[in-house]
Every structure is written in C-alpha cells, then in structure tokens.
Write a protein that binds this ligand. Structure first.
Ligand SMILES: Nc1ncnc2c1ncn2[C@@H]1O[C@H](COP(=O)(O)OP(=O)(O)O)[C@@H](O)[C@H]1O
Ligand SMILES: [Mg+2]
Length: 273
C-alpha cells in the first residue's frame, strides 16, 4: 500500500481578495479581532440570514487569513472533516479533509450550522479548541499540530435546537460567542440598499413589513423575515418586479405555509405599498 499524501492545496486558493461588504451592527469587529489575536475559538449565534457568514468572510479578509467553510449536515462523518484514504490508479493515498487542511495552512475554519452534524463529528474538533491545538488523524497515525494562525469558528442557530439536536455543553464551553440578530432599522436600510440597489424609501417599507413579521415570532411564526429575504426582495424590485409581487414571492411565501399567517402578511404588504 502506498501512503503518499497528495500536496496540501495552496493557501492562496482560500484567500479572499476583495473586501466583503459588511455593515457593523455593534462592536463585533473589534471583539472578534481580539478573540482571533488570542486564538480563541468563536461561536456565532443567531437566526438564519442575519449576517453571520458575511461577517466571517469579512473578518477573514481583514485578518488576511484563508477561509475554509464547511456546511455541516446530518450525514457528515468525522472522515468528511478530517480525511480518508482514497484509491486511484497508483494505489491508495491519504486525502486531507477540509478541517485538516485548515489546521495545516493556518486558515480560519468556519463550520456552518454545526448542530446539524452528528455529535461524534463535533467531538473531533475538541482537541483543536483547547491548549493542545492538535488534530489526530487516527487512521493515518498522524498528529497534526495546528498552524499558529489557525482558528475555528462555528455558527449556531439557537432557534433550531431540540433535545435531539443541541451542542453538548462540553463542546459549547470551548468557544467564546457573539450574538447576531436582525440589525437596527438604519443599519438594515443601508444593507438592503447596498445589496440590492433599491432606494432608501423602498428599503424602509420592506423593513416595516419585516418588523411586523418579526413580532409574530412565537405567535405562529418560528422565525422572522431575515435580512437575506429583504435583500432578495430588493433585488427583484431592482429587476423591475412590482413591489407587492416581489414581497409575496420573496418575503411572505418562503416564510410560512400557514394560510392565516400568509394572509396577515399579505395584508401588511398591501398596506405598505
Ligand atoms: N451586517 C451585514 N452586512 C452586510 N450584509 C449583510 C449583513 N447582514 C446580512 N447581510 C446580507 O444578508 C445576506 C445573508 O447573510 P448571511 O451572512 O448569509 O446570513 P447567515 O450566515 O447569518 O445565515 C448576506 O448575503 C448579505 O447580503
Ligand atoms: Mg450562513
């Protein structure tokens, strides 16, 4: 059996060249910078579509670190993160998984929606998050010492947690956390205008609808209208779709299958436009 390692991918392929637009909502940039300087693993908490991924992209760019993003899902195994032996015409070779690559090249490694992963998978990250900063490739018999610039970041939506799907306390307590939520009105107007190209007045009306829907959370809605959906709606309007149709398509229909909620929100849309 040959045990060659295919070359580690070049660091430059994961570098973000252009500044990802990010509108700060508090002091999260300075807080994250300090956590990175201390190499503290970070957890970004908050509902979907409120800027967590964009924030990590912005920070990786600012820190000039490569970014490796892994979307977690329930079929993900530890091998998907760490690596495995593969077979080709020359025999078997070891293929690093994305977590191993990140640890070797000193990337920011972003595990998106980490609760989706099975708990045995999340345990694989433990040794990387404490003073050891190591990753054991058990099948290969190698202990990888993380590059000094490596940092682990996870995102986590507390709204989705159930008894079956929650992070173990022993995992949670390995991270410092930043809480994300829908931005303040003026900030969200700026984001929606920048991302879609619509004018401020239209953005403000969209946010009025979102505010109404966000107040229904817990009263028939499990989650509010995200900034992402506001951006989609703005983009449709910028393409010439009438505002009411754009709102139906991108704000209301994706949000709920409940006819009562849909009718309530459709009425709010009619009232705003
Ligand atoms: N603070 C922000 N600054 C810039 N864009 C934002 C911000 N918050 C949300 N967005 C916009 O909303 C979209 C969804 O945000 P994203 O980071 O993908 O959400 P999450 O990862 O929290 O689900 C982004 O693509 C961006 O257009
Ligand atoms: Mg995301």
């Amino acid at each position: 059996m040959t045990q060659a390692i295919k070359a580690v991918p070049p660091h430059s392929q994961y570098i973000i060249d252009d500044e990802p637009y990010y509108q700060e909502t508090g002091d999260e940039i300075a807080l994250y910078q300090a956590a990175y300087d201390a190499r503290i693993p970070m957890m970004l908490k908050g509902p979907t579509g409120c800027g967590k991924t964009r924030f990590v992209e912005h920070m990786a760019w600012k820190l000039k670190r490569p970014l490796i993003t892994i979307s977690c899902h329930e079929d993900m195994t530890a091998s998907d993160l760490i690596g495995r032996y593969l077979l080709d015409a020359d025999g078997t070779y070891w293929q690093d998984g994305p977590l191993t690559t990140a640890a070797r090249i000193g990337a920011v490694c972003y595990l998106d929606e980490v609760v989706e992963a099975r708990q045995d998978t999340t345990v694989a990250i433990h040794s990387l998050t404490d003073y050891r900063r190591t990753l054991a490739l058990e099948k290969k018999g190698e202990l990888v010492n993380a590059h000094p610039d490596f940092q682990l970041v996870i995102s986590y939506n507390p709204g989705y947690q159930t008894l079956m799907k929650d992070l173990k306390t022993s995992t949670k307590q390995r991270f410092a956390a930043l809480e994300f939520t829908y931005p303040e009105k003026e900030t969200e107007i700026a984001i929606v205008c920048h991302e879609s190209g619509i004018d401020e007045e239209t953005a403000e009306r969209l946010i009025q609808i979102a505010t109404h829907a966000r107040n229904l959370v817990g009263h028939g809605l499990s989650e509010g209208i995200s900034t992402r959906l506001l951006v989609y709606t703005g983009q449709l309007i910028a393409k010439g779709i009438p505002a009411v149709a754009a709102c139906h398509m991108a704000l209301v229909r994706p949000l709920s299958d409940d006819p009562d909620i849909r009718d309530t929100l459709d009425a709010t849309v009619q009232g705003c436009f």
